[in-house]
Design a protein around this ligand. Structure first.
Ligand code: FAD
Ligand code: UDP
Length: 375
Protein backbone atom coordinates (compact mmCIF):
# COMPACT_ATOMS: atom_id res chain seq x y z
CA UNK A 1 0.00 0.00 0.00
CA UNK A 2 1.36 3.42 -0.90
CA UNK A 3 0.46 6.27 1.43
CA UNK A 4 0.27 9.92 0.46
CA UNK A 5 1.68 10.82 3.89
CA UNK A 6 3.66 9.04 6.58
CA UNK A 7 3.26 10.74 9.97
CA UNK A 8 5.89 9.85 12.57
CA UNK A 9 4.43 10.39 16.05
CA UNK A 10 0.85 9.96 17.29
CA UNK A 11 0.85 12.91 19.71
CA UNK A 12 -1.24 16.05 19.21
CA UNK A 13 0.96 17.25 16.33
CA UNK A 14 0.77 13.96 14.42
CA UNK A 15 -2.92 13.34 15.15
CA UNK A 16 -3.98 16.83 14.07
CA UNK A 17 -2.13 16.84 10.78
CA UNK A 18 -3.13 13.23 10.03
CA UNK A 19 -6.80 14.01 10.62
CA UNK A 20 -6.71 17.14 8.46
CA UNK A 21 -4.90 15.43 5.58
CA UNK A 22 -7.19 12.39 5.79
CA UNK A 23 -10.24 14.66 5.70
CA UNK A 24 -8.69 16.31 2.65
CA UNK A 25 -8.82 12.92 0.90
CA UNK A 26 -5.23 11.79 1.54
CA UNK A 27 -4.20 8.30 2.63
CA UNK A 28 -2.17 8.57 5.82
CA UNK A 29 -0.09 6.14 7.88
CA UNK A 30 0.65 7.26 11.46
CA UNK A 31 3.39 5.39 13.32
CA UNK A 32 4.58 5.74 16.90
CA UNK A 33 7.31 3.84 18.69
CA UNK A 34 5.34 3.84 21.90
CA UNK A 35 2.64 1.26 22.57
CA UNK A 36 -0.06 3.92 22.71
CA UNK A 37 -1.38 7.00 20.94
CA UNK A 38 -1.57 10.61 22.28
CA UNK A 39 2.18 11.12 22.84
CA UNK A 40 3.06 12.91 26.06
CA UNK A 41 -0.59 13.86 26.57
CA UNK A 42 -1.51 10.20 27.07
CA UNK A 43 -3.80 9.40 29.99
CA UNK A 44 -5.28 6.14 31.29
CA UNK A 45 -7.22 4.71 34.22
CA UNK A 46 -4.77 3.66 36.93
CA UNK A 47 -5.22 -0.11 37.50
CA UNK A 48 -5.04 0.18 41.31
CA UNK A 49 -7.58 2.98 41.73
CA UNK A 50 -9.45 3.37 38.43
CA UNK A 51 -8.58 7.08 38.57
CA UNK A 52 -7.93 8.74 35.20
CA UNK A 53 -4.24 9.68 35.48
CA UNK A 54 -1.90 11.60 33.17
CA UNK A 55 0.92 9.22 32.23
CA UNK A 56 3.66 11.77 31.52
CA UNK A 57 2.93 14.59 33.96
CA UNK A 58 -0.04 16.93 34.32
CA UNK A 59 -1.59 18.25 31.11
CA UNK A 60 -3.76 21.31 31.60
CA UNK A 61 -5.45 22.26 28.36
CA UNK A 62 -5.68 25.99 27.86
CA UNK A 63 -5.82 28.26 24.83
CA UNK A 64 -6.67 31.72 23.55
CA UNK A 65 -7.20 30.34 20.05
CA UNK A 66 -10.82 30.05 18.88
CA UNK A 67 -9.61 28.01 15.92
CA UNK A 68 -7.82 25.41 18.05
CA UNK A 69 -10.69 25.11 20.51
CA UNK A 70 -13.36 24.81 17.86
CA UNK A 71 -11.27 22.30 15.87
CA UNK A 72 -10.73 20.03 18.91
CA UNK A 73 -14.40 20.41 19.89
CA UNK A 74 -15.28 18.25 16.89
CA UNK A 75 -13.77 15.32 18.78
CA UNK A 76 -14.60 15.99 22.42
CA UNK A 77 -16.84 17.78 24.85
CA UNK A 78 -15.12 19.86 27.54
CA UNK A 79 -15.21 20.09 31.30
CA UNK A 80 -14.34 23.67 32.44
CA UNK A 81 -11.62 23.79 35.10
CA UNK A 82 -9.93 26.46 37.18
CA UNK A 83 -6.46 24.95 37.54
CA UNK A 84 -5.39 25.69 41.13
CA UNK A 85 -1.89 25.21 42.45
CA UNK A 86 -0.22 25.74 45.80
CA UNK A 87 3.45 26.01 46.64
CA UNK A 88 4.83 24.30 49.76
CA UNK A 89 7.94 25.70 51.44
CA UNK A 90 9.06 26.73 54.96
CA UNK A 91 6.61 24.16 56.35
CA UNK A 92 3.43 25.69 54.89
CA UNK A 93 1.27 26.04 51.80
CA UNK A 94 1.37 29.29 49.85
CA UNK A 95 -1.06 30.51 47.23
CA UNK A 96 0.69 30.23 43.85
CA UNK A 97 1.19 31.91 41.44
CA UNK A 98 2.00 34.96 43.52
CA UNK A 99 -1.03 37.20 44.03
CA UNK A 100 -2.62 39.35 46.73
CA UNK A 101 -3.52 36.22 48.75
CA UNK A 102 0.15 35.13 48.72
CA UNK A 103 1.19 38.63 49.73
CA UNK A 104 -1.20 38.55 52.71
CA UNK A 105 0.24 35.18 53.78
CA UNK A 106 3.69 36.69 53.48
CA UNK A 107 2.79 39.75 55.59
CA UNK A 108 0.68 37.75 58.04
CA UNK A 109 -2.18 40.26 57.81
CA UNK A 110 -4.82 41.67 55.45
CA UNK A 111 -3.63 43.94 52.65
CA UNK A 112 -4.79 45.52 49.39
CA UNK A 113 -3.79 45.54 45.70
CA UNK A 114 -2.49 49.09 46.16
CA UNK A 115 -0.24 48.11 49.07
CA UNK A 116 1.02 45.07 47.16
CA UNK A 117 1.78 47.14 44.04
CA UNK A 118 3.69 49.70 46.13
CA UNK A 119 5.65 46.90 47.88
CA UNK A 120 6.55 45.27 44.55
CA UNK A 121 7.56 48.64 43.14
CA UNK A 122 10.01 49.01 46.00
CA UNK A 123 11.38 45.45 45.77
CA UNK A 124 11.53 44.83 42.04
CA UNK A 125 14.80 45.32 40.21
CA UNK A 126 14.27 47.73 37.34
CA UNK A 127 15.24 45.78 34.20
CA UNK A 128 13.66 47.17 31.03
CA UNK A 129 14.12 44.07 28.87
CA UNK A 130 14.68 40.94 30.96
CA UNK A 131 17.13 38.72 29.10
CA UNK A 132 16.75 35.53 31.15
CA UNK A 133 14.49 33.77 33.67
CA UNK A 134 16.18 35.32 36.70
CA UNK A 135 15.74 38.84 35.35
CA UNK A 136 12.12 38.27 34.35
CA UNK A 137 11.15 37.39 37.94
CA UNK A 138 13.44 39.91 39.65
CA UNK A 139 12.01 42.66 37.47
CA UNK A 140 8.52 41.83 38.79
CA UNK A 141 8.95 40.81 42.44
CA UNK A 142 12.57 41.26 43.58
CA UNK A 143 14.98 38.89 45.36
CA UNK A 144 12.98 37.60 48.32
CA UNK A 145 10.02 36.12 46.42
CA UNK A 146 12.32 35.01 43.59
CA UNK A 147 14.40 32.97 46.02
CA UNK A 148 11.39 31.58 47.86
CA UNK A 149 9.42 30.34 44.85
CA UNK A 150 11.55 30.29 41.68
CA UNK A 151 15.29 29.83 42.16
CA UNK A 152 15.25 26.36 43.81
CA UNK A 153 12.40 24.99 41.70
CA UNK A 154 14.06 26.05 38.47
CA UNK A 155 17.46 24.68 39.48
CA UNK A 156 15.84 21.33 40.33
CA UNK A 157 13.70 21.23 37.17
CA UNK A 158 16.36 22.28 34.66
CA UNK A 159 19.65 21.63 36.51
CA UNK A 160 20.59 25.19 35.69
CA UNK A 161 20.08 28.54 37.32
CA UNK A 162 17.26 30.77 36.01
CA UNK A 163 19.88 33.19 34.66
CA UNK A 164 20.95 30.44 32.20
CA UNK A 165 17.44 29.95 30.79
CA UNK A 166 15.44 32.09 28.38
CA UNK A 167 13.11 34.64 29.98
CA UNK A 168 10.13 32.74 28.53
CA UNK A 169 10.60 29.80 30.97
CA UNK A 170 9.80 31.58 34.25
CA UNK A 171 8.00 34.29 32.29
CA UNK A 172 5.17 31.75 31.73
CA UNK A 173 4.10 32.16 35.34
CA UNK A 174 1.78 35.14 35.96
CA UNK A 175 2.34 37.51 38.88
CA UNK A 176 -0.86 39.25 39.99
CA UNK A 177 -1.88 41.89 42.49
CA UNK A 178 -5.52 40.73 42.61
CA UNK A 179 -7.09 37.58 44.08
CA UNK A 180 -7.19 35.54 40.86
CA UNK A 181 -5.91 32.15 42.07
CA UNK A 182 -5.81 30.45 38.65
CA UNK A 183 -2.41 29.10 37.56
CA UNK A 184 -3.05 30.06 33.96
CA UNK A 185 -4.42 33.14 32.25
CA UNK A 186 -5.75 31.85 28.91
CA UNK A 187 -9.37 32.41 27.85
CA UNK A 188 -10.31 28.71 27.56
CA UNK A 189 -9.21 26.44 30.41
CA UNK A 190 -10.80 23.02 30.12
CA UNK A 191 -10.15 19.30 30.12
CA UNK A 192 -11.55 16.94 27.48
CA UNK A 193 -14.34 14.85 28.99
CA UNK A 194 -13.12 11.26 28.82
CA UNK A 195 -9.48 12.36 28.63
CA UNK A 196 -6.80 13.08 26.03
CA UNK A 197 -6.30 9.51 24.81
CA UNK A 198 -9.96 9.26 23.93
CA UNK A 199 -9.82 12.65 22.20
CA UNK A 200 -6.79 11.65 20.09
CA UNK A 201 -8.41 8.29 19.36
CA UNK A 202 -11.44 10.08 17.84
CA UNK A 203 -9.11 12.28 15.78
CA UNK A 204 -7.37 9.21 14.35
CA UNK A 205 -10.60 7.27 13.74
CA UNK A 206 -10.80 8.34 10.09
CA UNK A 207 -11.13 5.70 7.38
CA UNK A 208 -8.16 7.21 5.51
CA UNK A 209 -5.86 6.83 8.54
CA UNK A 210 -4.01 3.71 9.53
CA UNK A 211 -2.16 3.66 12.88
CA UNK A 212 0.88 1.50 13.58
CA UNK A 213 2.10 1.37 17.21
CA UNK A 214 5.33 -0.06 18.58
CA UNK A 215 6.79 1.03 15.27
CA UNK A 216 10.06 2.98 15.08
CA UNK A 217 10.63 5.10 12.00
CA UNK A 218 14.38 4.39 12.20
CA UNK A 219 13.67 0.70 11.62
CA UNK A 220 10.72 0.94 9.24
CA UNK A 221 11.50 3.93 7.03
CA UNK A 222 12.64 1.81 4.06
CA UNK A 223 9.64 -0.50 4.33
CA UNK A 224 6.88 2.07 3.85
CA UNK A 225 6.05 3.72 0.55
CA UNK A 226 4.89 7.30 0.99
CA UNK A 227 4.81 10.60 -0.86
CA UNK A 228 5.56 13.08 1.95
CA UNK A 229 6.87 12.65 5.50
CA UNK A 230 5.57 14.50 8.57
CA UNK A 231 8.12 14.07 11.32
CA UNK A 232 7.32 14.91 14.98
CA UNK A 233 10.22 13.10 16.68
CA UNK A 234 13.56 14.57 17.82
CA UNK A 235 15.17 16.62 15.07
CA UNK A 236 18.74 15.76 16.13
CA UNK A 237 17.92 12.04 15.98
CA UNK A 238 16.46 12.45 12.47
CA UNK A 239 19.73 13.93 11.23
CA UNK A 240 21.87 11.29 12.96
CA UNK A 241 23.14 13.82 15.59
CA UNK A 242 25.47 15.20 12.92
CA UNK A 243 26.00 18.48 14.83
CA UNK A 244 25.92 16.79 18.25
CA UNK A 245 23.07 15.99 20.63
CA UNK A 246 20.53 18.64 21.58
CA UNK A 247 20.04 18.90 25.35
CA UNK A 248 16.73 17.73 26.85
CA UNK A 249 15.47 17.40 30.40
CA UNK A 250 13.80 14.20 31.49
CA UNK A 251 11.57 13.20 34.41
CA UNK A 252 10.77 10.24 36.61
CA UNK A 253 7.18 9.81 37.76
CA UNK A 254 6.38 8.02 41.01
CA UNK A 255 2.77 7.03 41.49
CA UNK A 256 0.98 6.26 44.73
CA UNK A 257 -2.61 5.25 45.39
CA UNK A 258 -4.11 6.17 48.76
CA UNK A 259 -7.36 5.09 50.41
CA UNK A 260 -8.57 8.64 51.00
CA UNK A 261 -10.84 10.82 48.91
CA UNK A 262 -8.17 13.53 48.52
CA UNK A 263 -4.48 13.38 49.43
CA UNK A 264 -3.66 17.10 49.23
CA UNK A 265 -5.57 20.41 49.29
CA UNK A 266 -5.14 21.25 45.57
CA UNK A 267 -4.73 19.62 42.16
CA UNK A 268 -1.01 20.42 42.17
CA UNK A 269 1.42 21.33 44.92
CA UNK A 270 4.83 22.67 43.92
CA UNK A 271 7.87 22.00 46.10
CA UNK A 272 10.41 24.71 45.26
CA UNK A 273 13.00 24.05 47.94
CA UNK A 274 13.20 21.28 50.51
CA UNK A 275 12.24 18.14 48.52
CA UNK A 276 13.88 16.30 45.58
CA UNK A 277 10.63 16.27 43.60
CA UNK A 278 9.25 19.42 41.99
CA UNK A 279 5.53 18.73 42.30
CA UNK A 280 2.80 16.35 43.40
CA UNK A 281 -0.20 16.15 41.12
CA UNK A 282 -3.61 14.84 42.16
CA UNK A 283 -5.46 15.27 38.88
CA UNK A 284 -8.75 14.06 40.38
CA UNK A 285 -9.26 17.63 41.70
CA UNK A 286 -9.44 18.84 38.09
CA UNK A 287 -11.26 15.97 36.37
CA UNK A 288 -13.93 15.90 39.10
CA UNK A 289 -13.85 12.08 39.20
CA UNK A 290 -15.56 10.78 42.39
CA UNK A 291 -13.96 7.88 44.24
CA UNK A 292 -13.01 6.91 47.81
CA UNK A 293 -9.47 6.29 46.43
CA UNK A 294 -6.98 8.71 44.95
CA UNK A 295 -3.84 8.46 42.83
CA UNK A 296 -1.04 11.01 43.09
CA UNK A 297 2.10 11.44 40.97
CA UNK A 298 5.41 12.80 42.29
CA UNK A 299 7.64 14.30 39.63
CA UNK A 300 11.44 14.03 39.87
CA UNK A 301 13.51 15.86 37.22
CA UNK A 302 16.32 13.77 35.72
CA UNK A 303 19.08 13.98 33.14
CA UNK A 304 18.15 12.79 29.68
CA UNK A 305 20.04 9.72 28.47
CA UNK A 306 19.72 6.08 27.48
CA UNK A 307 16.22 4.75 28.22
CA UNK A 308 14.89 8.17 29.24
CA UNK A 309 12.24 10.25 27.46
CA UNK A 310 13.14 13.73 26.09
CA UNK A 311 10.33 15.61 27.85
CA UNK A 312 11.62 19.16 27.71
CA UNK A 313 13.74 20.95 25.09
CA UNK A 314 15.93 23.39 27.04
CA UNK A 315 15.15 27.01 26.14
CA UNK A 316 18.60 28.62 26.32
CA UNK A 317 20.87 30.50 23.92
CA UNK A 318 23.41 27.70 23.29
CA UNK A 319 20.77 25.03 22.61
CA UNK A 320 19.01 27.45 20.25
CA UNK A 321 22.27 27.90 18.32
CA UNK A 322 22.62 24.13 17.96
CA UNK A 323 18.96 23.76 16.98
CA UNK A 324 19.39 26.50 14.35
CA UNK A 325 21.99 24.32 12.63
CA UNK A 326 19.51 21.43 12.48
CA UNK A 327 16.76 23.79 11.34
CA UNK A 328 19.00 24.83 8.44
CA UNK A 329 19.19 21.17 7.36
CA UNK A 330 15.45 20.75 7.87
CA UNK A 331 14.72 23.63 5.52
CA UNK A 332 16.77 21.97 2.79
CA UNK A 333 15.22 18.52 3.32
CA UNK A 334 12.67 18.07 0.56
CA UNK A 335 9.47 16.09 1.03
CA UNK A 336 9.54 16.40 4.84
CA UNK A 337 7.60 18.65 7.26
CA UNK A 338 9.00 18.96 10.81
CA UNK A 339 6.34 19.61 13.44
CA UNK A 340 5.81 19.68 17.21
CA UNK A 341 7.75 20.01 20.45
CA UNK A 342 10.59 17.65 19.54
CA UNK A 343 11.04 18.33 15.82
CA UNK A 344 11.02 22.13 16.20
CA UNK A 345 12.74 22.00 19.61
CA UNK A 346 10.24 24.37 21.23
CA UNK A 347 8.70 24.41 24.72
CA UNK A 348 5.23 24.28 23.14
CA UNK A 349 1.93 23.62 24.88
CA UNK A 350 -0.71 21.35 23.34
CA UNK A 351 -2.74 24.17 21.81
CA UNK A 352 0.39 25.60 20.18
CA UNK A 353 1.28 22.31 18.49
CA UNK A 354 -2.31 21.89 17.31
CA UNK A 355 -2.27 25.44 15.88
CA UNK A 356 1.03 24.77 14.06
CA UNK A 357 -0.28 21.45 12.68
CA UNK A 358 -3.46 23.13 11.40
CA UNK A 359 -1.38 25.75 9.56
CA UNK A 360 0.93 23.10 8.10
CA UNK A 361 -2.00 21.00 6.87
CA UNK A 362 -3.59 24.08 5.22
CA UNK A 363 -0.32 24.65 3.40
CA UNK A 364 0.18 21.02 2.35
CA UNK A 365 -3.39 20.64 1.07
CA UNK A 366 -3.15 23.95 -0.79
CA UNK A 367 0.16 22.94 -2.41
CA UNK A 368 -1.33 19.56 -3.34
CA UNK A 369 -4.36 21.28 -4.89
CA UNK A 370 -2.12 23.69 -6.86
CA UNK A 371 0.03 20.85 -8.19
CA UNK A 372 -3.11 18.98 -9.28
CA UNK A 373 -4.37 22.07 -11.16
CA UNK A 374 -1.00 22.59 -12.86
CA UNK A 375 -0.67 18.98 -14.01
P1 FAD B 1 4.70 14.31 21.61
O1 FAD B 1 3.45 14.29 22.41
O2 FAD B 1 6.00 14.19 22.31
O3 FAD B 1 4.59 13.17 20.50
C1 FAD B 1 5.67 12.79 19.69
C2 FAD B 1 5.55 11.30 19.45
O4 FAD B 1 6.51 10.91 18.47
C3 FAD B 1 5.85 10.47 20.69
O5 FAD B 1 4.73 9.68 21.05
C4 FAD B 1 7.04 9.61 20.28
O6 FAD B 1 6.98 8.28 20.78
C5 FAD B 1 6.93 9.61 18.76
N1 FAD B 1 8.22 9.37 18.11
C6 FAD B 1 9.37 10.06 18.27
N2 FAD B 1 10.33 9.52 17.50
C7 FAD B 1 9.78 8.48 16.83
C8 FAD B 1 10.27 7.52 15.90
N3 FAD B 1 11.55 7.53 15.48
N4 FAD B 1 9.43 6.59 15.42
C9 FAD B 1 8.14 6.54 15.83
N5 FAD B 1 7.63 7.42 16.72
C10 FAD B 1 8.43 8.37 17.21
N6 FAD B 1 1.01 21.18 27.39
C11 FAD B 1 -0.11 21.87 27.74
O7 FAD B 1 -0.80 22.43 26.88
N7 FAD B 1 -0.51 21.93 29.05
C12 FAD B 1 0.18 21.32 30.05
O8 FAD B 1 -0.19 21.42 31.23
C13 FAD B 1 1.35 20.58 29.71
N8 FAD B 1 2.06 19.95 30.66
C14 FAD B 1 3.15 19.20 30.31
C15 FAD B 1 3.82 18.51 31.32
C16 FAD B 1 4.91 17.71 30.99
C17 FAD B 1 5.61 16.94 32.08
C18 FAD B 1 5.34 17.63 29.63
C19 FAD B 1 6.53 16.78 29.28
C20 FAD B 1 4.69 18.33 28.64
C21 FAD B 1 3.58 19.13 28.96
N9 FAD B 1 2.86 19.81 27.99
C22 FAD B 1 1.74 20.53 28.34
C23 FAD B 1 3.30 19.84 26.59
C24 FAD B 1 2.63 18.77 25.74
O9 FAD B 1 2.99 17.49 26.19
C25 FAD B 1 3.11 18.97 24.29
O10 FAD B 1 2.79 20.26 23.82
C26 FAD B 1 2.49 17.99 23.32
O11 FAD B 1 2.40 16.69 23.85
C27 FAD B 1 3.35 17.97 22.07
O12 FAD B 1 2.79 17.10 21.16
P2 FAD B 1 3.70 16.50 20.00
O13 FAD B 1 2.79 15.66 19.18
O14 FAD B 1 4.45 17.60 19.32
O15 FAD B 1 4.81 15.64 20.75
N1 UDP C 1 8.59 27.64 38.14
C1 UDP C 1 9.16 27.92 39.37
N2 UDP C 1 8.44 27.68 40.50
C2 UDP C 1 7.20 27.15 40.47
C3 UDP C 1 6.63 26.86 39.23
C4 UDP C 1 7.35 27.12 38.08
O1 UDP C 1 10.31 28.37 39.44
O2 UDP C 1 6.59 26.94 41.54
C5 UDP C 1 9.39 27.89 36.91
C6 UDP C 1 10.22 26.65 36.54
O3 UDP C 1 11.41 27.08 35.93
C7 UDP C 1 9.30 25.95 35.55
C8 UDP C 1 8.72 27.15 34.79
O4 UDP C 1 8.53 28.14 35.81
O5 UDP C 1 10.01 25.07 34.72
C9 UDP C 1 7.42 26.88 34.09
O6 UDP C 1 6.51 26.33 35.02
P1 UDP C 1 5.28 25.45 34.56
O7 UDP C 1 4.50 25.10 35.78
O8 UDP C 1 4.57 26.13 33.46
O9 UDP C 1 6.04 24.16 34.02
P2 UDP C 1 5.59 22.89 33.16
O10 UDP C 1 4.18 22.57 33.57
O11 UDP C 1 5.75 23.27 31.74
O12 UDP C 1 6.57 21.87 33.60
Amino acid sequence: MKYDFLVVGAGFSGATIAERLASGGKRVLVMDRRRHIAGNSHDAYDPTSDILTHTYGPHYFRTNSERVRSYLSRFTKWHPVEYQILSFTDGRYWQFPINLNTFEQFLGRASSSEEMSAWLEEKRIPIAEPANSEEVILSQVGWELYEKFFKGYTLKQWKRYPQDLDASVCGRIPIRTNRDNRYLSEKFQELPIGGYTRLVDSMLAHPNIQVLLNADFRELREQVEYGHLIYTGMIDEYFGYCFGKLPYRSLRFERETHSVEYYQPAMQVNYPNEQDFTRIVEIKHATGQRSPLTTIVKEYPEDFGEGKEPYYPIPAPESKRLYDQYEGLAQRESGVTFLGRLATYRYYNMDQVVAAALLASDRLLEEGGRMKLES
